[in-house]
Design a protein around this ligand. Structure first.
Ligand code: MN
Length: 499
């Protein structure tokens, strides 16, 4: 499914006419070269578009308003080549509504020791101009990304690439629509939240439907279409019968194929990019959507279990931000299930009743049909696998009553020591940073949920930048976390984020 537009980023260079036309010609030449080289580098996920040098209030204001109006523009990258008096930027910045990056760089990497004179100094003064510009953005209280370093440096380009993904997440956040086919699981607190406030803060639209309305779409799926999809499943996945009758097994799998096709049609027709189900409210559905939801997540849909619309929207958001990452390792809905507390081998086994996205899988993916041990439906078919090793992030968005908080934990995913032949679900296993005990204590103190949106392909910095753009609190649990300072941070944030 579509995860976003073919976004572009505008490159706007700040200067002034104090140093004459010759200087402005150089400014233009330099900024054109930077844009050209950035696009040629292959490091950026989106195209950078050169814009004429900004030197007057009028042009700055006009350019920012054109950026607002251009649907393909996901943000403006600003660079102060020379000194650009920042009062000129006030009106433009005031009217600008999209992600903003201040690339604090300069054309030359090294000081030209043998030839440097005052003309060169006046012409190449980013160290000077970047501070004047930065001052006004800070004074105006505008959220922006500042990236400092030489533009040709791989690390700088990597940070710019990473910010571009965040910017697209910010742009696309307001297009996320979550379809709830069941309400929140009875008595559960952390999956609840203020949907009106979520629309104000994040732009998310969260709508409910009676489950039987989507179930009708499932009933209407043609048998021929189901047969084709079942065949695809059988070609792609390993069939793990485990003593079940092959025909009976296939009938159970076919139910999930019908759900996948029916749900996708419903979501597409009604323009939803994320879905929430609940095992206790299935209406006329024959099985809890398992394999079907796993496949929809793999296609880019967000998902949350038991009515958890916040996590469903977060999974969708993170899939948008990670779309097109080279050698992507996957993004999924997850749930903290059970610990391994053996010293030196500590970790949390992650899974859900059924709904883990196969994009995180490593190795073979199998299909099993097993009882659910909850609810009152027939045994659902599901994809089973274990996940990749390596670093990732787990994010939990919680509603604290007066505000949202995003909790971001860096985690290290590992292979489990031994196979788990009797466990019929997709799993991941990770050790939270800085260690299991500190990570779990900090998570609990912050009020983090048991459900998370997890990705191998995004960083804590990206999620924190997204939260900052949305104007909400974000806390990080990583290698530097200590409980004493974390508790202070939470206490201070109570005041900083008070309405
Ligand atoms: Mn759950």
């Amino acid at each position: 499914m579509r995860t976003g537009r073919d976004y572009k980023f505008w490159f706007c260079t700040g200067s002034q006419d104090l140093y004459g036309d010759e200087c402005l010609r150089k400014v233009e030449e330099h900024s054109r070269i930077i844009v050209e080289e950035l696009n040629k580098s292959g490091a950026l996920p989106f195209e950078v578009v050169w814009k004429p040098t900004l030197i007057t209030n009028e042009l700055i204001r006009k350019t920012f308003n054109e950026a607002n109006a251009d649907e393909d523009c996901a943000g403006v990258i600003t660079w102060m080549h020379t000194f650009s008096p920042a009062k000129s930027w006030i009106l433009g910045l005031k009217e600008y509504r999209k992600p903003l990056c201040h690339l604090h760089t300069q054309f030359n990497q090294e000081i030209p020791y043998d030839t440097i004179d005052m003309d060169f100094m006046n012409e190449n003064q980013s160290a000077h101009g970047g501070r004047e510009y930065g001052h006004i953005v800070t004074r105006m209280g505008i959220e922006r990304k500042v990236i400092a370093g030489h533009w040709a440096d791989a690390k700088v380009q990597g940070r710019l690439a990473s910010w571009m993904r965040t910017a697209v997440g910010i742009m696309e956040s307001s297009h996320i629509r979550v379809c709830r086919v069941a309400d929140n699981m009875r008595n559960v607190a952390v999956t609840e939240g203020d949907k009106v406030e979520a629309q104000i803060k994040f732009g998310w639209e969260i709508d409910a439907y009676p489950v039987n309305e989507i179930a009708e779409y499932v009933q209407d799926v043609k048998k021929g279409d189901i047969d084709v999809l079942v065949e695809e499943y059988y070609n792609r996945y390993e069939i793990l019968l485990e003593g079940r009758d092959p025909e009976e097994f296939k009938r159970h799998v076919a139910v999930q194929a019908g759900i996948e096709i029916g749900f996708e049609k419903f979501l597409e027709e009604k323009n939803y990019q994320a879905i929430v189900t609940h095992f206790g409210d299935l209406g006329s559905l024959q099985q809890l959507p398992g394999l079907a939801i796993q496949r929809l997540m793999e296609k880019g849909y967000g998902f949350g279990g038991e009515g958890d619309w916040k996590t469903a929207a977060m999974v969708r958001l993170m899939k948008i931000m990670a779309a097109g990452v080279k050698d992507a390792k996957g993004t999924s809905f997850m749930e903290d299930y059970t610990y391994n507390l053996v010293p030196g081998k500590e970790g949390i086994l992650q899974s859900h009743m059924l709904e883990v996205c196969p994009s995180v899988a490593e190795g073979k993916i199998g299909i099993k049909v097993c009882p659910l041990s909850m609810g009152d439906r027939e045994d659902p078919a599901r994809l089973v696998f274990t996940s990749k090793a390596g670093p990732g992030i787990a994010a939990s968005l919680v509603d604290l009553g007066d505000r949202f908080r995003l909790i971001i934990n860096e985690v290290e995913c590992k292979k489990v020591e031994k196979p788990m032949p009797k466990l019929p679900v997709g799993t991941a296993f990770w050790t939270p940073q800085p260690d299991l005990a500190t990570g779990a204590e900090a998570w609990i103190l912050a009020g983090g949920a048991h459900h998370t949106a997890f990705s191998y392909d995004l960083t804590a910095e990206q999620m924190g930048d997204w939260a900052a753009s949305m104007g909400i609190e974000a806390v990080y649990i990583d290698k530097d976390t200590t409980i004493r300072s974390f508790k202070n941070e939470l206490r201070w944030n109570e005041i900083a984020y008070r309405k």
